[in-house]
Design a protein around this ligand. Sequence first.
Ligand SMILES: CC(=O)N[C@H]1[C@@H](OP(=O)(O)OP(=O)(O)OC[C@H]2O[C@@H](n3ccc(=O)[nH]c3=O)[C@H](O)[C@@H]2O)O[C@H](CO)[C@@H](O)[C@@H]1O[C@H](C)C(=O)N[C@@H](C)C(=O)N[C@H](CCC(=O)O)C(=O)O
Ligand SMILES: Nc1ncnc2c1ncn2[C@@H]1O[C@H](COP(=O)(O)OP(=O)(O)OP(=O)(O)O)[C@@H](O)[C@H]1O
Ligand SMILES: N[C@H](CCC[C@H](N)C(=O)O)C(=O)O
Ligand SMILES: [Mg+2]
Length: 519
Amino acid sequence: MSQPLSRLMAAAHLPPVLPGVSPETIPVSALTADSRAVRPGTLFAALPGSHADGRSFIAAAVQAGACAILAPPGTAWPQGTPLRPLLECENPRRALALMAAALAGPQPAHLAAITGTNGKTSTADFMRQLWALQGFSASAIGTLGLTGANPTGLRLPSLTTPDPVTLAQTLAMLEQAGVHHVALEASSHGLEQGRLDGLHLSAAGFSNLTRDHLDYHGTLDAYRQAKLRLLRDILPPGGLAAANADMESPTLDAIRDIAKARNLRLRLVGEQGDTLRLLAHRAVPHGQELQLSCAGQLYTLTLALPGRFQADNALLAAALAAEDDAALSTMLALLPSLKGVRGRMERAAVLPNGASAYVDYAHTPDALARLLASLRPHALGRLVVVFGAGGDRDRGKRPLMGQEAAAGADLAIITDDNPRTENAAAIRAAVRAGAPDALEIADRRSAIAEALSLLGPGDVLVVAGKGHEQGQIVGDTVLPFDDASVIRSLTGTETATLNGGEVASGHAHSPARKETDQT
Ligand SMILES: CC(=O)N[C@H]1[C@@H](OP(=O)(O)OP(=O)(O)OC[C@H]2O[C@@H](n3ccc(=O)[nH]c3=O)[C@H](O)[C@@H]2O)O[C@H](CO)[C@@H](O)[C@@H]1O[C@H](C)C(=O)N[C@@H](C)C(=O)N[C@H](CCC(=O)O)C(=O)O
Ligand SMILES: Nc1ncnc2c1ncn2[C@@H]1O[C@H](COP(=O)(O)OP(=O)(O)OP(=O)(O)O)[C@@H](O)[C@H]1O
Ligand SMILES: N[C@H](CCC[C@H](N)C(=O)O)C(=O)O
Ligand SMILES: [Mg+2]
């Protein structure tokens, strides 16, 4: 379905007039920021990026049939290239997202986005589950791809927050297919790059803010400001916002100020929460028991999920999924039915001697600290962690991850985790600077094997950093690798533990399966 260029310009709040052109006579059938995807009738957004400059592909786009070009002010038209309408605007990424939403069509009416350093995938999946438990057809979009209801059979590329064109198309297709409830992850990269600017959100959540991605954002404050865009620029005035009340105060204060200025309905959850206040928390063998207050009522419930942080994520999901205050008690009643999320504190195996081996996606200092603190009550003996840090990512977090591992575990083994284009030994050395007593075993499989061989009765191992990931990225190559299936094959627990994990029950995944649908 095409739309006149004039209508897309109006959607992006661009001036309605173009010199020498009648935009209402130009039909636009598709949008893209990638010249290689241009077909006749496509509007090409020529965006300066971090590796390339899209403006240098204008000639190629026109040759491929681009009907109009969107670009930053001052864009020079390439010599010898046939003229096409040039839409110059200060923020072409935002304009692209607004046009993409207008071209794709209506989005699900119940559309929530979650941002924060850690917990986005878990919270989005819990929201999806809470909706599904009420009988709604519901999906989640994020690091795990498109999960839950997917009548369209769509697959998403590997980004946590897809590009704005894919996002708008996916949401419109889900809505048309009867999926009216969608929770999605808003990464800081996605927010900074305007990937979510075309969304019509009904709710937005903020889980926490701790160190990550400073390679991209430069400073913690710039990272914070990128994440705050979700509440400041994207959630419409009067929308439902929810946040964890125990997060660091500069971010929480900013959230409160934005909520006040924009008349958002702000719900705070957690130990300092107002809407859902966590009064007490106790780890039990198969999860955790929570005591809560909500609207003057006391609630005691058991989450079938280990990990203190999962309580925060579950409460955030409940606050976001309850559209009015009356629905909050319904959500609390559903929390005990929540299942674990693939690769998030997932018990991969129980050894014959009773030791447990978990897989988790902790890849920041804060996540590692919380993970190890959460597992401590489950370790009658020693707590062992195998972990590394990713290449081509925030270098400053490496020694801090080392420190948290050294402080939180009895034994830390440093290994490789997606070195990408960096020197793997140098990454390990940077991690080691924070954990001088740690063992170091470069090969991840060998590191896991060594850790397993050291486990005695009552010990707990957690292999952190890769969670659901199915590969080890070395250079440009992705070598197949799945922590959970490596643990299972090394322990010979392949069949015994499928379906048997604390977290994984109800999620029978074959070891090598890429998780895209967990319903
Ligand atoms: C750093 C970053 O986020 N880059 C994203 C960004 O690319 P970019 O605009 O910087 O692209 P670029 O390569 O410099 O190229 C500039 C422009 O030229 C265009 N181009 C390029 C070549 C060509 O032949 N023709 C052409 O038109 C490109 O399509 C692009 O529009 O926009 C692209 C389209 O949306 C993304 O695919 C790309 O994600 C890259 C692949 C990436 O790895 N991103 C990661 C860091 C990321 O976004 N991660 C977050 C999660 C982080 C978290 O854990 O919280 C995520 O949401 O996944
Ligand atoms: N609320 C939380 N607070 C702190 N750590 C958490 C929280 N929730 C999850 N974690 C830790 O972070 C890891 C990743 O969780 P999850 O995938 O839900 O986060 P995410 O924000 O989606 O991460 P990503 O940015 O990679 O998409 C978990 O495996 C756990 O170790
Ligand atoms: N979305 C995160 C995932 C990190 C996972 C870890 N395995 C790594 O490669 O650093 C990122 O791209 O920073
Ligand atoms: Mg995620």
